[in-house]
Structure formats: structure tokens, C-alpha cells
Design a protein around this ligand. Structure first.
Ligand code: HEM
Length: 397
């Protein structure tokens, strides 16, 4: 393929900062997106099993609604956190992202509606299960299937975007232009690996859950041990499955001996050891985060290699510095994001640790963080709109 085609598809305005920064942010934010994709699919899938046991088993009577709730919140987080890698990928890999979205245009529309319908049905499942033990199973299965389908579509966009040498054949098979937007590509082993990770993720989540509720007097010892053992079993089986799929995927594309892959496999094995021991699941989660970053890095490595081989190197992307907007982004990310997330996490932690109703207004740390968050948001809005308006008026008046 002629590199000039790919280079012509880049944004002529260039990018506002060093490409490596966008690449790093892409790796970081995709790992966050993936974390909640995997937790939502894992928690929801396990909750469906829970609906079968919920009527007769007291452990599942407690666990099932908690899993449904975890999956429900995770879907909203995966959507929010999916936007960030989307923005970063279309900054440095715009030829890839926009071509894939054009070739698979119909699937892009379907993706949005699938997400809306799938998530709405999830709420139906949640309310049906709340009103009746074991309830909502069928609707839960439909919702789960639609959300997995949304993931398959996401996979199609990712895979199509890294097949530039095939784009012309997809656009005009046998020389006849195909405007349909129905292009669909799958790499089964890659997809299987991605989705299989939801099993160890929900396993380690259960270990954390068990550790977290172990300090609460209203959760009995037997339940705490049951959830920890279930978590260990799921994490072990899931990690073995994912590691096998990962090795298969890497062997298929000839990357098995690449240093990043060797480190990733070592990370997964380390995770397997820690999950089996289950000494401190919070530390295991820290290692899981590192492995997620490595997996995200592997995806980027594959794309980077494909594109540089074709003569498209993101590090050569023309840079047109835009310091004010970068400063605004970094400050928003670190200060507003940092304080806001700290507030929400502190609140969630304290609510969970507290028996009965937790009154945040009586807690000094929660109140302080809440007030800071509101104040920072007010200042942020004033700066954002004030700055935007002044630039707008300066340009048009
Ligand atoms: C239930 C809904 C979703 C699921 C199950 C899901 C799952 C996935 C999976 C499995 C991948 C990796 C595909 C691969 O590398 O083969 C992926 C990538 C990605 N997802 Fe999602 N996703 C969902 C929704 C979203 C949403 C709503 C957004 C954006 C707002 C989003 C943004 C992204 C981006 C930007 C990528 C990377 C694409 C690339 O590198 O080319 N996802 N998603």
C-alpha cells in the first residue's frame, strides 16, 4: 500500500501536542474502558447464574442483586470511559478510525441503538429481580446478549481499522464500489481472549467483595468465605483460559517472543499465583491493573507495527502546539477529575463499610471533598464558558 494515501487522510491542521502523549493516554484510557467492560460482562453473566440459585440458596440471595448492581454501574462507567480512547485514537490514527467507521457505517448506527436497547433492558432486569427472587432472567439474558454483541461490533471496528491493505477490497470488491456500510471483520481468537478476561476480572472482584464485607457484622463468616472461594475458583479458571487464548493469539501473529509479550505472560502468571493464594486481593487488583495496561499496550504495539510497516508513523504526525487547550485538558483531568473521583470513591467506600443508612453530611472527609468538588466544578464552568465565549467573540466581532 502506498503510504501517501494514509498520510493524505491525516488532519491537515496537525495535532496539538506530542503524539507520544496521545498514545500513552490512549493506552491508559483503553485499559480503564476494558476494566469496566470486563467487570460488567463478568458480573452480569454471573448474576444470571445467580438467578437460578437465588430462590433456594441464601448466599445467592445476597450475592445476585449485588452482582446485578455492580454490572449496572459498570456499564455506565464503560460508556463514559470508552469516549476517552475514542478521542485519542481519532487524534493520532484518524485515517484508521474514520475509514473503519465509513466502511462499517451501518454497524456504527446499530452499535448505538444496541447499546441503548441493551442497557435499557438491563434496568428492566434489575427491577424485575428486585421485585421477585430469581426474576427477570429471560430479559437479563437478552440484555447480556445485546451488550456482548455491542462488544463484538467494537471488535469489528478495531480489527477493520488495522487492515489498511484490505480497505480497497472492502470498499470496492472486484472493482464494484460497495456503499452499504456492512463491512464486518472478526479475529476470533483476539475476541475470545478479550471477552474471556471477564471471568478472572469478576473472580478478583469477588475476592475484593469478600474482603470488603468481612468487616461488616451483618455479613456472616460463611458467606464471606463462600464468596472468596468462588472468586478464587473463577480467577484461576479464567486466568488459565485467558492465558491460553493470549498465547494462541500471539503465536498466530508471530509475536510470542516479543519482550512486551513475554512480560505480559509473566504478569498473567504472577496474577494467577496471587489470585490462587488470595492473601491480599487489593494488592492482586494492583497487579491486575498493571496487566490490563500491558494488554492495552500490546494492542497498541500491534497497530503501531502494522502502520509503521506501511510508512505511517504517528511520531511523524505534524505538531501544531496548542498550549492553552492542552493546559485546560490536563488541569481538568488532574484537578477536577482527581478530586471528583476521590469524593465518589470515599463516599462509596464509607457507604459500603457502614451498617444501615450512611449520612455523608455528618462525615468530615466526605463533606470536605464534596464541597471542593462542587467549588471546582463551578470555577471550571466559569472558565470553560468564559474562555470559549471570549475566543468566539474575538474571532467573529
Ligand atoms: C457494552 C458496550 C461495549 C462493549 C462490550 C465494548 C467492548 C470492547 C472491546 C471488547 C474492545 C476491544 C476490541 C478489540 O481490540 O478487538 C473495545 C474497544 C474499544 N471500545 Fe468498547 N465496548 C463497548 C462500548 C463502547 C463505547 C460506548 C465506546 C465509546 C464511547 C467504546 C469505545 C471503544 C474504543 C475507542 C475502543 C478501541 C478501538 C480501537 O482501538 O480501534 N466502547 N470495546
Amino acid at each position: 500500500m502506498d503510504a501517501s494515501v494514509l498520510l493524505a487522510l491525516r488532519d491537515p491542521a496537525g495535532i496539538p501536542f506530542y503524539p507520544v502523549v496521545f498514545q500513552g493516554l490512549y493506552i491508559l484510557t483503553w485499559a480503564l474502558h476494558a476494566a469496566f467492560v470486563l467487570l460488567s460482562l463478568g458480573a452480569m453473566g454471573l448474576s444470571l447464574y445467580g438467578t437460578l440459585r437465588q430462590k433456594s440458596d441464601p448466599h445467592w440471595q445476597v450475592l445476585t442483586p449485588h452482582l446485578i448492581q455492580t454490572g449496572k454501574i459498570s456499564v455506565s462507567l464503560l460508556i463514559v470511559l470508552g469516549v476517552a480512547p475514542l478521542l485519542f485514537t481519532q487524534v493520532i490514527y484518524d485515517p484508521n478510525w474514520y475509514t473503519a467507521n465509513t466502511l462499517s457505517g451501518m454497524w456504527v448506527f446499530i452499535f448505538i441503538y444496541a447499546l441503548v436497547v441493551g442497557y435499557t433492558l438491563y434496568y428492566w432486569y434489575y427491577y424485575a429481580n428486585r421485585s421477585k427472587r430469581g426474576g427477570g432472567r429471560l430479559i437479563g439474558i437478552v440484555s447480556f446478549a445485546i451488550l456482548v454483541f455491542a462488544g463484538v461490533l467494537m471488535h469489528n471496528f478495531a480489527v477493520t481499522s488495522i487492515m489498511p491493505t484490505e480497505w480497497m477490497n472492502m470498499y470496492a470488491p472486484n472493482g464494484v464500489v460497495d456503499h452499504s456500510g456492512w463491512t464486518f471483520n472478526m479475529d476470533l481468537i483476539r475476541l475470545f481472549f478479550m471477552v474471556s478476561l471477564s471471568i478472572p476480572v469478576v473472580g478478583i472482584f469477588l475476592q475484593n467483595y469478600s474482603r470488603f464485607v468481612s468487616t461488616r457484622s451483618d455479613f456472616d463468616r460463611e458467606f464471606v468465605e463462600y464468596t472468596a472461594a468462588l472468586g478464587t475458583k473463577l480467577a484461576t479458571v479464567g486466568l488459565l483460559l485467558s492465558a491460553t487464548a493470549f498465547i494462541g493469539w500471539m503465536a498466530q501473529i508471530g509475536y510470542l517472543t516479543h519482550p512486551v509479550i513475554v512480560v505480559t505472560i509473566a504478569g498473567v502468571l504472577g496474577l494467577l499465583y496471587m489470585a490462587r493464594q488470595n492473601r491480599n486481593s487489593y494488592i492482586t487488583t494492583g497487579v491486575l491493573v498493571l496487566v490490563a495496561l500491558l494488554v492495552s499496550g500490546v494492542r497498541e504495539l500491534i497497530r503501531y507495527d502494522i502502520m509503521t510497516d506501511l510508512g505511517y508513523n504517528i511520531y511523524d504526525y505534524p505538531v501544531n502546539f496548542e498550549i492553552p487547550s492542552i493546559t485546560m485538558f490536563v488541569l481538568t483531568f488532574l484537578i477536577m477529575g482527581g478530586v471528583g473521583v476521590a469524593y465518589l470513591l470515599t463516599l462509596a467506600w464509607k457507604v459500603g463499610k457502614n451498617k444501615g443508612v450512611f449520612d455523608g453530611s455528618k462525615d468530615a472527609a466526605v463533606t470536605k471533598l464534596g464541597n471542593y468538588t462542587i467549588a471546582i466544578m463551578v470555577v471550571w464552568m466559569a472558565v470553560y464558558f468564559g474562555w470559549g465565549m471570549s475566543i468566539l467573540f474575538k474571532n467573529i466581532l
